[in-house]
Write a new protein. Structure first.
Length: 520
Protein backbone atom coordinates (compact mmCIF):
# COMPACT_ATOMS: atom_id res chain seq x y z
CA UNK A 1 0.00 0.00 0.00
CA UNK A 2 1.26 3.44 -0.93
CA UNK A 3 1.61 6.17 1.67
CA UNK A 4 1.08 9.85 0.86
CA UNK A 5 4.72 10.41 -0.03
CA UNK A 6 4.95 7.40 -2.36
CA UNK A 7 3.51 9.20 -5.44
CA UNK A 8 6.18 11.88 -5.07
CA UNK A 9 8.90 9.22 -5.07
CA UNK A 10 7.36 7.46 -8.07
CA UNK A 11 7.23 10.65 -10.11
CA UNK A 12 10.97 11.13 -9.70
CA UNK A 13 11.47 7.79 -11.53
CA UNK A 14 9.27 8.68 -14.52
CA UNK A 15 10.75 10.03 -17.74
CA UNK A 16 7.41 11.54 -18.81
CA UNK A 17 5.15 13.34 -16.38
CA UNK A 18 2.03 12.19 -18.22
CA UNK A 19 2.86 8.55 -17.44
CA UNK A 20 1.64 9.19 -13.91
CA UNK A 21 -1.70 10.89 -13.29
CA UNK A 22 -2.44 10.10 -9.67
CA UNK A 23 -5.32 11.89 -7.94
CA UNK A 24 -3.61 11.74 -4.52
CA UNK A 25 -2.82 15.15 -3.06
CA UNK A 26 0.77 14.09 -2.54
CA UNK A 27 1.17 13.84 -6.31
CA UNK A 28 0.95 17.60 -6.63
CA UNK A 29 4.09 17.99 -4.60
CA UNK A 30 6.01 15.52 -6.72
CA UNK A 31 4.81 17.20 -9.91
CA UNK A 32 5.97 20.57 -8.66
CA UNK A 33 9.42 19.24 -7.83
CA UNK A 34 9.66 17.46 -11.16
CA UNK A 35 9.01 20.60 -13.16
CA UNK A 36 11.93 22.36 -11.50
CA UNK A 37 14.26 20.52 -13.88
CA UNK A 38 12.00 20.46 -16.95
CA UNK A 39 10.34 23.01 -19.19
CA UNK A 40 6.89 22.34 -17.69
CA UNK A 41 5.32 25.27 -15.88
CA UNK A 42 2.27 23.70 -14.17
CA UNK A 43 2.72 24.39 -10.48
CA UNK A 44 -0.42 22.52 -9.29
CA UNK A 45 -1.98 19.89 -11.59
CA UNK A 46 -4.81 18.93 -9.19
CA UNK A 47 -8.11 20.71 -8.45
CA UNK A 48 -7.96 20.91 -4.63
CA UNK A 49 -4.33 20.98 -3.51
CA UNK A 50 -3.37 20.75 0.12
CA UNK A 51 -1.36 23.43 1.90
CA UNK A 52 1.69 21.16 1.71
CA UNK A 53 1.27 20.81 -2.06
CA UNK A 54 0.89 24.57 -2.54
CA UNK A 55 3.98 25.31 -0.46
CA UNK A 56 5.98 22.73 -2.39
CA UNK A 57 4.86 24.22 -5.71
CA UNK A 58 5.86 27.75 -4.68
CA UNK A 59 9.21 26.53 -3.41
CA UNK A 60 9.85 24.55 -6.60
CA UNK A 61 9.14 27.52 -8.91
CA UNK A 62 10.96 30.61 -7.58
CA UNK A 63 11.25 31.95 -11.16
CA UNK A 64 7.45 32.00 -11.68
CA UNK A 65 4.93 34.51 -10.35
CA UNK A 66 3.36 32.87 -7.27
CA UNK A 67 0.62 35.49 -6.78
CA UNK A 68 -2.12 33.63 -8.76
CA UNK A 69 -1.55 30.50 -6.68
CA UNK A 70 -1.48 32.56 -3.49
CA UNK A 71 -4.79 34.18 -4.46
CA UNK A 72 -6.21 30.71 -5.05
CA UNK A 73 -5.07 29.67 -1.58
CA UNK A 74 -6.77 32.68 0.01
CA UNK A 75 -10.01 31.86 -1.80
CA UNK A 76 -10.01 28.27 -0.51
CA UNK A 77 -10.93 27.93 3.14
CA UNK A 78 -8.97 24.69 3.43
CA UNK A 79 -5.57 26.11 2.44
CA UNK A 80 -4.79 29.08 4.62
CA UNK A 81 -1.15 30.23 4.21
CA UNK A 82 1.27 29.44 7.00
CA UNK A 83 4.79 30.64 7.91
CA UNK A 84 6.34 28.37 5.26
CA UNK A 85 4.03 29.79 2.58
CA UNK A 86 5.18 33.34 3.23
CA UNK A 87 8.83 32.34 3.47
CA UNK A 88 8.68 30.64 0.06
CA UNK A 89 6.62 33.50 -1.44
CA UNK A 90 9.12 36.11 -0.28
CA UNK A 91 12.05 34.06 -1.56
CA UNK A 92 10.31 33.87 -4.94
CA UNK A 93 9.90 37.66 -4.98
CA UNK A 94 13.60 38.03 -4.10
CA UNK A 95 14.54 35.68 -6.94
CA UNK A 96 12.55 37.82 -9.40
CA UNK A 97 13.39 41.16 -7.70
CA UNK A 98 9.66 41.79 -7.35
CA UNK A 99 9.54 44.49 -4.67
CA UNK A 100 5.91 45.45 -5.35
CA UNK A 101 4.40 42.02 -4.65
CA UNK A 102 6.91 41.57 -1.85
CA UNK A 103 5.62 44.68 -0.09
CA UNK A 104 2.03 43.45 -0.48
CA UNK A 105 3.00 40.12 1.05
CA UNK A 106 4.70 41.99 3.89
CA UNK A 107 1.41 43.70 4.73
CA UNK A 108 -0.37 40.32 4.63
CA UNK A 109 2.10 38.86 7.14
CA UNK A 110 1.23 41.67 9.54
CA UNK A 111 -2.53 41.20 9.06
CA UNK A 112 -2.22 37.45 9.63
CA UNK A 113 -0.06 37.97 12.78
CA UNK A 114 3.17 36.60 11.32
CA UNK A 115 5.04 39.86 11.95
CA UNK A 116 7.15 38.34 14.74
CA UNK A 117 8.16 35.19 12.84
CA UNK A 118 11.94 34.91 12.61
CA UNK A 119 12.07 33.10 9.26
CA UNK A 120 9.61 35.47 7.57
CA UNK A 121 11.48 38.54 8.81
CA UNK A 122 14.78 37.11 7.58
CA UNK A 123 13.17 36.54 4.18
CA UNK A 124 11.88 40.14 4.20
CA UNK A 125 15.34 41.53 4.94
CA UNK A 126 16.78 39.49 2.08
CA UNK A 127 13.99 40.65 -0.27
CA UNK A 128 14.42 44.35 0.49
CA UNK A 129 18.21 44.23 0.31
CA UNK A 130 18.06 42.36 -3.01
CA UNK A 131 15.74 45.04 -4.39
CA UNK A 132 17.96 47.87 -3.09
CA UNK A 133 15.48 49.02 -0.41
CA UNK A 134 18.02 49.23 2.40
CA UNK A 135 15.89 51.44 4.65
CA UNK A 136 13.00 48.97 4.52
CA UNK A 137 15.39 46.11 5.26
CA UNK A 138 16.80 47.92 8.28
CA UNK A 139 13.28 48.82 9.53
CA UNK A 140 12.35 45.12 9.51
CA UNK A 141 15.59 44.31 11.32
CA UNK A 142 15.01 46.99 13.98
CA UNK A 143 11.42 45.84 14.64
CA UNK A 144 12.31 42.15 15.03
CA UNK A 145 11.63 40.90 18.58
CA UNK A 146 14.07 38.04 18.06
CA UNK A 147 17.14 37.87 15.84
CA UNK A 148 19.65 35.21 14.96
CA UNK A 149 22.91 35.16 13.04
CA UNK A 150 20.96 34.84 9.78
CA UNK A 151 19.21 38.15 10.54
CA UNK A 152 22.48 39.90 11.29
CA UNK A 153 24.21 38.43 8.25
CA UNK A 154 21.28 39.53 6.07
CA UNK A 155 21.45 43.16 7.19
CA UNK A 156 25.25 43.07 6.91
CA UNK A 157 24.95 41.88 3.30
CA UNK A 158 22.32 44.57 2.69
CA UNK A 159 24.78 47.30 3.69
CA UNK A 160 27.50 45.76 1.54
CA UNK A 161 25.21 45.51 -1.49
CA UNK A 162 24.40 49.20 -1.38
CA UNK A 163 28.09 50.09 -0.96
CA UNK A 164 27.84 51.45 2.59
CA UNK A 165 31.03 49.79 3.82
CA UNK A 166 31.33 51.86 6.98
CA UNK A 167 27.82 50.90 8.12
CA UNK A 168 28.61 47.27 7.32
CA UNK A 169 31.80 47.49 9.36
CA UNK A 170 29.86 48.97 12.27
CA UNK A 171 27.36 46.12 12.08
CA UNK A 172 30.17 43.57 11.84
CA UNK A 173 31.94 45.01 14.89
CA UNK A 174 28.76 44.78 17.00
CA UNK A 175 28.08 41.13 16.10
CA UNK A 176 28.89 38.87 19.05
CA UNK A 177 28.56 35.68 17.00
CA UNK A 178 30.12 35.34 13.55
CA UNK A 179 30.14 32.35 11.25
CA UNK A 180 32.11 31.75 8.06
CA UNK A 181 29.36 33.43 6.00
CA UNK A 182 29.77 36.57 8.11
CA UNK A 183 33.50 36.70 7.47
CA UNK A 184 33.15 35.86 3.77
CA UNK A 185 30.55 38.60 3.31
CA UNK A 186 32.56 41.39 4.97
CA UNK A 187 35.86 40.37 3.34
CA UNK A 188 34.44 40.05 -0.19
CA UNK A 189 32.37 43.22 0.26
CA UNK A 190 35.42 45.28 1.18
CA UNK A 191 37.36 43.81 -1.75
CA UNK A 192 34.56 44.78 -4.16
CA UNK A 193 34.56 48.25 -2.60
CA UNK A 194 38.28 48.70 -3.31
CA UNK A 195 39.40 48.48 0.33
CA UNK A 196 41.59 45.44 -0.17
CA UNK A 197 44.12 46.21 2.56
CA UNK A 198 41.38 46.28 5.18
CA UNK A 199 40.05 43.02 3.77
CA UNK A 200 43.46 41.42 4.33
CA UNK A 201 43.49 42.74 7.90
CA UNK A 202 40.06 41.18 8.47
CA UNK A 203 41.34 37.87 7.12
CA UNK A 204 44.19 37.94 9.64
CA UNK A 205 41.68 38.69 12.39
CA UNK A 206 39.58 35.74 11.21
CA UNK A 207 42.55 33.40 11.51
CA UNK A 208 43.17 34.28 15.17
CA UNK A 209 39.58 34.90 16.35
CA UNK A 210 37.61 32.54 18.59
CA UNK A 211 40.56 30.15 18.93
CA UNK A 212 40.08 28.94 15.38
CA UNK A 213 36.40 28.03 15.83
CA UNK A 214 35.62 29.60 12.44
CA UNK A 215 38.04 28.50 9.76
CA UNK A 216 38.36 30.04 6.30
CA UNK A 217 36.83 27.97 3.51
CA UNK A 218 37.64 28.01 -0.19
CA UNK A 219 35.31 31.00 -0.75
CA UNK A 220 37.28 32.99 1.82
CA UNK A 221 40.59 32.01 0.28
CA UNK A 222 39.45 32.81 -3.28
CA UNK A 223 38.34 36.29 -2.15
CA UNK A 224 41.58 37.01 -0.28
CA UNK A 225 43.67 35.81 -3.23
CA UNK A 226 41.89 38.41 -5.39
CA UNK A 227 42.80 41.06 -2.79
CA UNK A 228 46.45 39.99 -3.03
CA UNK A 229 46.17 40.40 -6.81
CA UNK A 230 44.94 43.97 -6.44
CA UNK A 231 47.63 44.90 -3.89
CA UNK A 232 50.50 43.01 -5.48
CA UNK A 233 50.93 41.15 -2.18
CA UNK A 234 52.93 38.22 -3.55
CA UNK A 235 54.16 36.82 -0.22
CA UNK A 236 50.66 36.72 1.23
CA UNK A 237 49.40 35.13 -1.97
CA UNK A 238 52.05 32.43 -1.68
CA UNK A 239 51.09 31.85 1.96
CA UNK A 240 47.46 31.39 0.91
CA UNK A 241 48.53 28.91 -1.76
CA UNK A 242 50.34 26.93 0.92
CA UNK A 243 47.38 27.25 3.29
CA UNK A 244 45.15 25.64 0.66
CA UNK A 245 47.45 22.64 0.52
CA UNK A 246 47.89 22.36 4.29
CA UNK A 247 44.14 22.49 4.93
CA UNK A 248 43.43 20.14 2.00
CA UNK A 249 40.88 22.58 0.58
CA UNK A 250 39.52 21.69 -2.83
CA UNK A 251 41.71 22.94 -5.67
CA UNK A 252 38.86 23.66 -8.08
CA UNK A 253 38.63 25.89 -11.12
CA UNK A 254 37.69 28.98 -9.06
CA UNK A 255 40.69 28.70 -6.73
CA UNK A 256 43.03 27.80 -9.60
CA UNK A 257 41.90 30.76 -11.70
CA UNK A 258 42.34 33.14 -8.75
CA UNK A 259 45.89 31.85 -8.18
CA UNK A 260 46.81 32.19 -11.87
CA UNK A 261 45.51 35.76 -11.85
CA UNK A 262 47.35 36.58 -8.61
CA UNK A 263 50.72 35.22 -9.73
CA UNK A 264 50.37 36.95 -13.10
CA UNK A 265 49.58 40.35 -11.57
CA UNK A 266 52.37 39.99 -9.00
CA UNK A 267 55.00 39.41 -11.69
CA UNK A 268 55.44 35.62 -11.37
CA UNK A 269 54.28 34.64 -14.84
CA UNK A 270 56.18 31.33 -14.74
CA UNK A 271 54.41 30.33 -11.52
CA UNK A 272 51.07 31.40 -13.02
CA UNK A 273 51.63 29.02 -15.94
CA UNK A 274 52.66 26.23 -13.54
CA UNK A 275 49.47 26.60 -11.50
CA UNK A 276 47.44 26.63 -14.70
CA UNK A 277 49.06 23.38 -15.82
CA UNK A 278 48.28 21.80 -12.43
CA UNK A 279 44.55 22.58 -12.66
CA UNK A 280 42.48 19.38 -13.06
CA UNK A 281 39.81 21.24 -15.01
CA UNK A 282 39.93 24.51 -16.92
CA UNK A 283 37.07 26.66 -18.11
CA UNK A 284 37.11 29.77 -20.27
CA UNK A 285 37.92 31.97 -17.25
CA UNK A 286 40.99 29.89 -16.41
CA UNK A 287 42.26 30.07 -20.00
CA UNK A 288 41.60 33.81 -20.06
CA UNK A 289 43.50 34.27 -16.78
CA UNK A 290 46.67 32.60 -18.09
CA UNK A 291 46.40 34.53 -21.39
CA UNK A 292 46.09 37.77 -19.39
CA UNK A 293 49.13 36.85 -17.28
CA UNK A 294 51.19 36.32 -20.44
CA UNK A 295 49.77 39.47 -22.03
CA UNK A 296 50.65 41.86 -19.22
CA UNK A 297 54.28 40.69 -19.37
CA UNK A 298 54.55 41.30 -23.11
CA UNK A 299 54.56 37.60 -24.03
CA UNK A 300 52.25 38.02 -27.00
CA UNK A 301 53.33 34.95 -28.98
CA UNK A 302 52.87 32.73 -25.92
CA UNK A 303 49.41 34.22 -25.34
CA UNK A 304 48.31 33.34 -28.87
CA UNK A 305 49.80 29.86 -28.50
CA UNK A 306 47.49 29.40 -25.50
CA UNK A 307 44.55 30.52 -27.64
CA UNK A 308 45.30 27.75 -30.15
CA UNK A 309 45.64 25.22 -27.31
CA UNK A 310 42.39 26.47 -25.82
CA UNK A 311 40.55 25.86 -29.09
CA UNK A 312 42.04 22.36 -29.38
CA UNK A 313 40.54 21.56 -25.97
CA UNK A 314 37.12 22.63 -27.23
CA UNK A 315 36.88 25.79 -25.12
CA UNK A 316 35.55 28.82 -27.01
CA UNK A 317 37.03 32.22 -26.17
CA UNK A 318 34.67 34.92 -24.95
CA UNK A 319 34.79 38.71 -25.07
CA UNK A 320 37.10 38.85 -22.02
CA UNK A 321 39.53 36.46 -23.71
CA UNK A 322 39.74 38.70 -26.75
CA UNK A 323 40.26 41.70 -24.50
CA UNK A 324 43.27 39.90 -22.99
CA UNK A 325 44.59 39.00 -26.46
CA UNK A 326 44.30 42.59 -27.67
CA UNK A 327 46.10 43.67 -24.52
CA UNK A 328 48.86 41.18 -25.37
CA UNK A 329 49.15 42.74 -28.81
CA UNK A 330 49.34 46.22 -27.31
CA UNK A 331 52.07 45.26 -24.81
CA UNK A 332 54.05 43.42 -27.49
CA UNK A 333 53.54 45.88 -30.35
CA UNK A 334 51.87 43.19 -32.50
CA UNK A 335 49.78 45.42 -34.76
CA UNK A 336 49.07 42.77 -37.40
CA UNK A 337 48.00 40.23 -34.82
CA UNK A 338 45.78 42.83 -33.21
CA UNK A 339 44.01 43.57 -36.49
CA UNK A 340 43.53 39.82 -37.04
CA UNK A 341 42.18 39.33 -33.52
CA UNK A 342 39.74 42.24 -33.82
CA UNK A 343 38.44 40.83 -37.12
CA UNK A 344 38.21 37.18 -35.98
CA UNK A 345 36.19 37.90 -32.86
CA UNK A 346 33.40 39.31 -35.04
CA UNK A 347 33.67 37.19 -38.16
CA UNK A 348 34.36 33.77 -36.62
CA UNK A 349 33.02 33.94 -33.06
CA UNK A 350 30.18 36.45 -33.62
CA UNK A 351 31.37 38.52 -30.65
CA UNK A 352 30.65 42.20 -31.13
CA UNK A 353 33.52 44.39 -29.86
CA UNK A 354 32.73 46.37 -26.75
CA UNK A 355 34.22 49.64 -25.53
CA UNK A 356 37.20 47.93 -23.89
CA UNK A 357 38.07 46.16 -27.16
CA UNK A 358 37.98 49.45 -29.08
CA UNK A 359 40.11 51.10 -26.39
CA UNK A 360 42.72 48.32 -26.64
CA UNK A 361 42.77 48.57 -30.42
CA UNK A 362 43.11 52.37 -30.36
CA UNK A 363 45.92 52.04 -27.82
CA UNK A 364 47.69 49.48 -30.04
CA UNK A 365 47.37 51.57 -33.21
CA UNK A 366 48.29 54.77 -31.41
CA UNK A 367 51.44 53.32 -29.86
CA UNK A 368 52.49 52.20 -33.33
CA UNK A 369 51.88 55.70 -34.71
CA UNK A 370 48.90 54.72 -36.92
CA UNK A 371 46.86 57.77 -35.94
CA UNK A 372 44.74 57.87 -39.09
CA UNK A 373 43.66 54.26 -38.67
CA UNK A 374 42.95 54.84 -34.98
CA UNK A 375 40.72 57.83 -35.78
CA UNK A 376 38.88 55.88 -38.49
CA UNK A 377 38.28 53.05 -36.04
CA UNK A 378 36.82 55.48 -33.50
CA UNK A 379 34.62 56.96 -36.20
CA UNK A 380 33.27 53.49 -37.10
CA UNK A 381 32.24 52.63 -33.54
CA UNK A 382 28.53 51.76 -33.18
CA UNK A 383 28.51 53.39 -29.75
CA UNK A 384 29.83 56.71 -28.46
CA UNK A 385 33.55 56.49 -27.56
CA UNK A 386 34.10 56.81 -23.83
CA UNK A 387 36.90 58.26 -21.71
CA UNK A 388 39.03 55.13 -22.05
CA UNK A 389 38.94 55.18 -25.86
CA UNK A 390 39.85 58.86 -26.11
CA UNK A 391 42.32 58.49 -23.24
CA UNK A 392 44.17 55.73 -25.12
CA UNK A 393 44.54 58.03 -28.12
CA UNK A 394 45.66 60.97 -25.97
CA UNK A 395 48.38 58.82 -24.41
CA UNK A 396 49.60 57.89 -27.88
CA UNK A 397 49.70 61.56 -28.85
CA UNK A 398 51.89 62.28 -25.83
CA UNK A 399 54.14 59.36 -26.70
CA UNK A 400 54.70 60.51 -30.29
CA UNK A 401 54.46 64.26 -29.72
CA UNK A 402 51.38 64.69 -31.94
CA UNK A 403 50.34 68.15 -30.75
CA UNK A 404 47.56 68.85 -33.25
CA UNK A 405 45.67 65.61 -32.64
CA UNK A 406 46.44 65.78 -28.91
CA UNK A 407 44.71 69.16 -28.69
CA UNK A 408 41.57 67.81 -30.37
CA UNK A 409 41.46 64.62 -28.29
CA UNK A 410 42.03 66.54 -25.05
CA UNK A 411 39.11 68.75 -26.05
CA UNK A 412 36.83 65.71 -26.40
CA UNK A 413 37.94 64.39 -23.02
CA UNK A 414 37.51 67.71 -21.25
CA UNK A 415 33.98 68.05 -22.65
CA UNK A 416 33.15 64.56 -21.33
CA UNK A 417 34.78 65.10 -17.92
CA UNK A 418 35.65 68.79 -17.45
CA UNK A 419 36.90 68.46 -13.85
CA UNK A 420 39.37 65.62 -14.36
CA UNK A 421 42.83 67.08 -13.80
CA UNK A 422 44.63 64.25 -15.66
CA UNK A 423 43.63 65.42 -19.15
CA UNK A 424 44.89 68.95 -18.53
CA UNK A 425 48.18 67.58 -17.18
CA UNK A 426 48.75 65.36 -20.23
CA UNK A 427 47.90 68.24 -22.58
CA UNK A 428 50.31 70.47 -20.66
CA UNK A 429 53.02 67.81 -21.00
CA UNK A 430 52.40 67.56 -24.75
CA UNK A 431 52.92 71.33 -25.02
CA UNK A 432 56.03 71.14 -22.82
CA UNK A 433 57.59 68.40 -24.96
CA UNK A 434 56.96 70.60 -28.01
CA UNK A 435 58.54 73.59 -26.16
CA UNK A 436 55.26 75.53 -26.37
CA UNK A 437 55.66 76.97 -22.90
CA UNK A 438 53.11 79.75 -23.32
CA UNK A 439 50.46 77.08 -23.92
CA UNK A 440 51.70 75.27 -20.82
CA UNK A 441 51.16 78.44 -18.76
CA UNK A 442 47.72 78.91 -20.31
CA UNK A 443 46.59 75.38 -19.37
CA UNK A 444 47.98 75.71 -15.83
CA UNK A 445 46.33 79.11 -15.38
CA UNK A 446 43.00 77.69 -16.56
CA UNK A 447 43.30 74.85 -14.04
CA UNK A 448 44.06 77.30 -11.23
CA UNK A 449 41.25 79.65 -12.19
CA UNK A 450 38.66 76.85 -12.28
CA UNK A 451 40.14 75.03 -9.25
CA UNK A 452 40.83 71.88 -11.22
CA UNK A 453 43.20 69.77 -9.17
CA UNK A 454 43.74 66.27 -7.92
CA UNK A 455 41.10 65.61 -5.28
CA UNK A 456 42.60 62.47 -3.72
CA UNK A 457 46.29 62.15 -2.88
CA UNK A 458 48.32 59.61 -4.81
CA UNK A 459 49.44 56.54 -2.94
CA UNK A 460 51.55 53.46 -3.47
CA UNK A 461 51.83 50.16 -1.66
CA UNK A 462 54.71 47.81 -1.03
CA UNK A 463 54.83 44.40 0.62
CA UNK A 464 57.62 43.84 3.15
CA UNK A 465 57.78 40.77 5.37
CA UNK A 466 54.31 39.65 4.37
CA UNK A 467 52.72 42.97 5.37
CA UNK A 468 51.40 45.58 2.93
CA UNK A 469 52.52 49.17 3.69
CA UNK A 470 50.79 52.16 2.12
CA UNK A 471 52.50 55.47 1.34
CA UNK A 472 50.70 58.66 0.36
CA UNK A 473 51.60 62.32 0.23
CA UNK A 474 48.76 63.07 2.62
CA UNK A 475 49.38 60.30 5.15
CA UNK A 476 53.17 59.89 5.16
CA UNK A 477 55.27 61.96 7.64
CA UNK A 478 57.29 64.76 6.03
CA UNK A 479 60.62 63.45 7.29
CA UNK A 480 59.89 60.03 5.74
CA UNK A 481 58.90 61.64 2.44
CA UNK A 482 62.14 63.65 2.51
CA UNK A 483 64.18 60.47 2.87
CA UNK A 484 62.26 58.82 0.04
CA UNK A 485 62.78 61.91 -2.13
CA UNK A 486 66.57 61.85 -1.61
CA UNK A 487 66.73 58.13 -2.42
CA UNK A 488 64.74 58.69 -5.63
CA UNK A 489 67.00 61.57 -6.64
CA UNK A 490 70.04 59.35 -6.15
CA UNK A 491 68.53 56.53 -8.21
CA UNK A 492 67.54 58.97 -10.94
CA UNK A 493 71.07 60.41 -11.07
CA UNK A 494 72.58 56.95 -11.45
CA UNK A 495 70.13 56.12 -14.23
CA UNK A 496 70.96 59.33 -16.08
CA UNK A 497 74.67 58.47 -15.86
CA UNK A 498 73.99 55.25 -17.75
CA UNK A 499 71.89 56.95 -20.42
CA UNK A 500 68.41 56.08 -19.18
CA UNK A 501 65.90 58.93 -19.22
CA UNK A 502 62.51 58.02 -17.71
CA UNK A 503 59.40 59.31 -19.42
CA UNK A 504 55.89 59.30 -17.96
CA UNK A 505 54.37 57.42 -20.86
CA UNK A 506 57.23 55.70 -22.65
CA UNK A 507 60.56 54.54 -21.30
CA UNK A 508 63.42 55.48 -23.58
CA UNK A 509 66.92 54.10 -23.67
CA UNK A 510 69.50 55.74 -25.84
CA UNK A 511 73.30 55.82 -25.80
CA UNK A 512 74.60 59.24 -24.77
CA UNK A 513 77.92 60.97 -24.75
CA UNK A 514 79.29 61.55 -21.24
CA UNK A 515 79.64 65.26 -21.99
CA UNK A 516 75.85 65.50 -22.31
CA UNK A 517 75.27 64.32 -18.75
CA UNK A 518 75.50 67.10 -16.19
CA UNK A 519 74.97 65.14 -13.00
CA UNK A 520 78.00 62.83 -12.87
Amino acid sequence: MLDRSSPSRLILRCSNLRLLLLPDTGTGTGTASYSTTTSLSIPIPIPNPSLFACNSAIRAHPHLNPVPLYSRMLAAASTRPDRFTFTFLLKSCSHRRDASNGQSLHSHTIKLSFHADLFINNALIFLYSTCGLIESAYKVFEDMPHRDIVSENSILIAYLRCGDLDAALGMFTEMRVRNVRTWNSIISGFIRGGRCKEALDMFREMLVSADGAVRPDKITVASVISACSSLGALEQGRWLHGYLKRQRLEFDVVIGTALVDMYGKCGCVERAVEVFEEMPRRDVLAWTAVISALAVHGLGEEAFARLEEMERHGVKPNNVTFGALLSACAHSGMVGRGRWCFDVMRRVYAIEPQLQHYACMVYLLGRAGHFGEAERLIGSMPMEPDLFVWGALLGACRMHGNVELGERVAGYLIRLDPHNHAYYIVLSDIYADAKRFEDVKRVRAFMKEHEIKKTSPGCSMIEVGGEVHEFSIKGTPKNTMKEIEWVLIGINDELRCTGYFPNALMDTWRPVDVSEVDVC
